[in-house]
Design a protein around this ligand. Sequence first.
Ligand SMILES: Cc1cc2nc3c(=O)[nH]c(=O)nc-3n(C[C@H](O)[C@H](O)[C@H](O)COP(=O)(O)O)c2cc1C
Length: 185
Amino acid sequence: MKLLVVTASVRENRVGGIIGDWTTEFATNHAGFDEVESVDLRELNLPVFNEPNHPMAQDYKYDHTKKWSAIVDSADAIIFVLPEYNFFAPGSLVNAIDYLTKEWAYKPAGLVSYGGASGGMRSAQSIKPLLNTVKVVPMSESVSFHMVNNYIDGEQVRADKMHDESAAAMLDEMVRWTKALTSLR
Ligand SMILES: Cc1cc2nc3c(=O)[nH]c(=O)nc-3n(C[C@H](O)[C@H](O)[C@H](O)COP(=O)(O)O)c2cc1C
C-alpha cells in the first residue's frame, strides 16, 4: 500500500513545506503503509486547469497532466497538507484536484491543516465536498495546527502530544479504509 503526501501551498516563504515534511516523516515512522511518497504542488507547477477534454476521458494533452495523473494513480491513499486562505482551501489544491477524476476514485484521504486560531479546520471542511465528488473518502480523524507559527522552529515542526496522537489516529483509520477500498478499485 502506497501513501502519497501532497503539499498544497505554492507560496514563497510558505510554512507548508515544513508541515509537509513533518507529515511525510510521521507517516513513514508510523509504518502503516509500505511506501510513503511526497509531492509538492509548488514543484509540480500546474497551470490553472487547461486540459481541452474532461479528465474522465483520461485523454490528456499536456505533460504536466500526464505527470500528475501518474503520481496520483500510483497511490492507494492520500494526505493533503493544506493551509487556510480566507476561511477556505487554497486554490492550488482545488485546481490540482480538478485536473483528474478516475485517478482519485475510491481512495481515502487524510487532512493535515494549519492556519491561525482555526488551525485550518474551515479549509479542511471546505475541501470535503470536492473530495466526495471525485469519490475520495475523507477521514473524520484529522490533524490541525492552530497558530501554526508557534509550532515552527527553523525548518522543523515542534509538534505536541495532541498532533502526534491525532496523526496516528488518522493514519490508523486510513490503513483500514485503504484495505477496504482496494476491493472497490
Ligand atoms: C491570502 C491569505 C488568506 C489567509 N486567510 C486565513 C484564514 O482564513 N484563516 C487562517 O487561519 N489563516 C489565514 N491566513 C494565514 C495563513 O494560514 C498562514 O499565512 C499560513 O502560513 C499559510 O500557509 P502557507 O505559508 O503554507 O502558504 C491567510 C493567509 C493568506 C496569505
